[in-house]
Ligand binder design. Structure first.
Ligand code: AMP
Length: 176
């Protein structure tokens, strides 16, 4: 449970127009992170329903996803596993391409990051088109993980990102 409401978190998210390029409204979460109550409450809301010991690992997506996933992992007494952009992880990796508006991108995980059957949460800061989280989930499945849920602090619902995450339960705290 959390003593923070989604409405309080929503009120702290800063909209930055035309960042990083014209036409994009960037959802700036740094005011949420800077507020001790809202940051802790965000983690509580993302973990709600999962008890310590019920999850083996929390996977976070490079880079803002790391912040929430790492805190959630500590709260749930689970390990933390990074999904990173291609070329950043030092050991042997598996990779997954996904489509961007123009071109494509690739995410990677270490080959030994998750054990087959591991009970895992995937967390990122924001669900837009779902390409990034879909690619991360594909990597986790390749390693044989059991994805219990995919959680986001923010969902841009009008972009239909959930369509790409159909076979997993999805939670989002603040929906636009
Ligand atoms: P997508 O793959 O389209 O779902 O995009 C999700 C990723 O892009 C997340 O890791 C977000 O951090 C980032 N992102 C996309 N759109 C925005 C936005 N409007 N504001 C902040 N971050 C965004």
């Amino acid at each position: 449970m959390s003593n923070v409401t989604a409405a309080e978190i929503a009120a702290a998210i800063r909209n930055v127009p035309d960042f990083p390029k014209p036409g994009i409204q960037f959802k700036d979460i740094t005011p949420v992170l800077a507020d001790p109550r809202l940051f802790a409450g965000s983690i509580d809301l993302l973990c709600d329903g999962f008890k310590p010991g019920a999850v083996d690992a929390v996977v976070g997506i490079d880079a803002r996803g790391f912040i929430f996933a790492a805190a959630a992992a500590a709260k749930l007494h689970a390990g933390f596993v990074p999904v990173r952009k291609k070329g950043k992880l030092p050991f042997q990796t598996i990779e997954q391409d996904y489509a961007l508006e123009y071109g494509s991108a690739t995410v990677a995980m270490h080959v030994d990051a998750l054990k087959p059957g591991a009970r895992v949460l995937l967390i990122d800061d924001l669900l837009a088109t779902g390409g990034t989280a879909g690619a991360a989930a594909a990597l986790m499945k390749k390693l044989g993980a059991n994805i219990l849920e995919i959680g986001f602090l923010i969902e841009l619902k009008f972009l239909n990102g959930r369509e790409k995450l159909k076979d997993c339960p999805v939670r989002s705290i603040v929906v636009y």
